[in-house]
Design a protein around this ligand. Sequence first.
Ligand code: UDP
Length: 325
Amino acid sequence: MKILVVGGVGYIGSHMLKRFKETNYEIEILDNLSSGQKENAQNYKLYVCDLLDKQTVYKILSEQNYDLVMHFAASINVEESYKNPKKYQQNNVINTINLLECMKDLKINKFIFSSSAAVYGEPEHIPVTELHPFNPVNPYGDTKAEVENALKSYEESCDLKYMSLRYFNACGAHLDGSIGEMHKPETHLIPLVLQVASGRKKHIEIFGDDYPTQDGTCVRDYVHVMDIVEAHMLAMENLVNTNKSQVFNIGNSKGFSVKQIIQMTKEITKVDIPVKILARRKGDPAQLIADNKKITNILNWNPKYSDLETIVKTAWNWEKKLKIQ
Ligand code: UDP
């Protein structure tokens, strides 16, 4: 099977590529290098191209016989999505439609999409099942919901079969320490707390301690990137075997608050973490915790690295490496 990995040199894509090294799949990458690193291509064929350039995308897809496309490329910063909604519509929605149009014309009909728990917004119930209605509370979440809706239409119009994987909070780094999370600017909690531990940052800002949660700070479902990658492998195999479109939550079904993350980081790094309490960040739901029964039952997904200790330890190894670079 020949697979195109779009956004393959970013955080999750690069972990996926490493996992593909253990298989016989034929892999190629398409990435615009806007946030990922070229070195993450790991000797796979890399097309440097933006999905905006539909002509070039079409040409690449028409010259290669891909059986399936995995799509990781997206803009993911909620705050930025308020400031620059056009960028989010372009990168996340229109560019994905460009890709789907090329696939439609070339009759490539298998697609794995990186969706997000952001489609649920402020959940009506916890844990959140896949049947929870879409109610995104920020422009980033809107874009993921828009693509999920578009996927249904493409299934109708061209027999596209897809897996939509709704990530909760992706985190952690590869166990071998070679790759990890690196966003510019970094906005995610765990890498930022670790930057305080390593001395790259003076303090961590807590965005709100007046939420209706146990300690007043937001609760999230943190899921290790290597478990996310394994979910992709299982989803892909299931799609190929059943030819049936499905949607899955990828979460650990356990919630941790911002303060609990900071506490675990203190324990692992043995460094004090100064904090500043700030106002709530716009577009942040109080709690997001997955119900992961669907993926554990249907795909036999069994997260192995998503306990908080392994998450913070692997991310800490990676942060120490980043600091000396
Ligand atoms: N957060 C925080 N300080 C930071 C970064 C994040 O308090 O410097 C909080 C944020 O408000 C949210 C949680 O940590 O409640 C996780 O945020 P992150 O940006 O990592 O992921 P998100 O849940 O937005 O996808």
